[in-house]
Design a protein around this ligand. Structure first.
Ligand code: NAP
Length: 259
């Protein structure tokens, strides 16, 4: 509750409620903090129910497996203005939103740049095939075709999730954030480790596939948190690419820097 006194009158304004699913991971913990600092009353959900030391004290942590429909409905309760979801992976998760649409104001759901295919039908799913490595447009617009929805792979499941969420339309405005390669504190598998470890070991040679010309647009957890904050402030039904201001090649990411 938020109170302010103006002259003789006292107004009481209820803080808007947000639920963040996957709150303790590398993205969730930063998003929770950004929303709380922006004035949201945040419930931070994960299966282990932990909390981050940088969260303001009024963030409420909740232990929940999001695959438990009844438990998820209980966390949403009579209604929340916003759900932010870092742990949505397939059409079953989209159907949870359909069931709760009348109790959620809007949602922001993390998907992936892995949904796209290139002009020759190649995608992350064909990387292991001869001539299967995708070559995407730079820059890559959101209108680029995606792989077909399905249950077979990470990418096809994300597309199935996306399509069902966008089909909710005005019933529930959902912003899909198609993330690039996420980096920042709390990352359990940092891509930069390859360069850092070789450097620490004194190995001067860096072996780079494709001459280091590959790009997978990086996305800092802080950039992502700001995108979530902005999308929450202006709900809509849309798919947006989420990346940092710059998209360096692998060679540029690993290049020695002088101070
Ligand atoms: N990493 C990348 O480069 C990248 C790129 C594109 C898109 N993405 C997307 O980013 C998202 C992952 O975000 P992240 O990097 O923050 O992941 P993360 O660090 O692995 O964290 C995952 C979070 O989700 C929680 N969680 C997992 N399953 C859950 C469940 N069934 N119910 C409730 N909470 C659950 C985890 O906590 P508990 O284990 O305690 O439940 C944790 O809080 C995914 O949607 C992924 O597709 C990642």
């Amino acid at each position: 509750m938020f109170r302010c006194r103006t002259g003789a009158a006292t107004y009481v304004r209820r803080m808007k409620k947000a639920v963040v699913i996957g709150a303790t991971g590398q993205t969730g913990r930063v998003v929770v903090r950004a929303l709380a600092e922006d004035g949201w009353a945040v419930t931070a959900v994960s299966r282990t129910g932990g909390r981050d030391e940088q969260w303001p004290g009024d963030v409420r942590e909740e232990l929940l497996d999001r695959d438990d429909d009844a438990a998820l409905a209980k966390v949403v309760g009579d209604g929340v203005e916003l759900v932010v979801d870092m742990a949505a992976f397939h059409r079953g998760h989209a159907r949870q939103y359909a069931a709760l649409a009348d109790r959620i104001g809007s949602a922001v759901v993390l998907t992936s740049g892995a949904v796209y295919e290139d002009g020759r039908g190649r995608s992350f799913d064909t990387q292991g095939e001869p001539d299967g490595f995708p070559e995407y447009l730079v820059p890559l617009p959101e209108t680029q075709p995606t792989v077909a929805p399905g249950d077979a792979t990470y990418a096809t499941r994300k597309v199935a999730l996306e399509r069902e969420l966008l089909a909710l339309g005005e019933r529930l405005p959902v912003t899909l954030l198609r993330a690039g390669a996420i980096h920042g504190p709390g990352c359990r598998t940092p891509g930069e480790l390859y360069f850092v470890k070789r450097n620490v070991d004194g190995r001067r040679v860096r072996v780079l596939a494709h001459g280091g010309r590959s790009r997978f647009h990086p996305l800092s957890v802080r950039t992502l948190a700001e995108l979530v904050r902005l999308a929450a402030a202006r709900p809509g039904s849309r798919a947006l690419n989420a990346g940092d201001p710059a998209a360096p090649t692998v060679a540029e990411i690993g290049a020695p820097r002088t101070r």
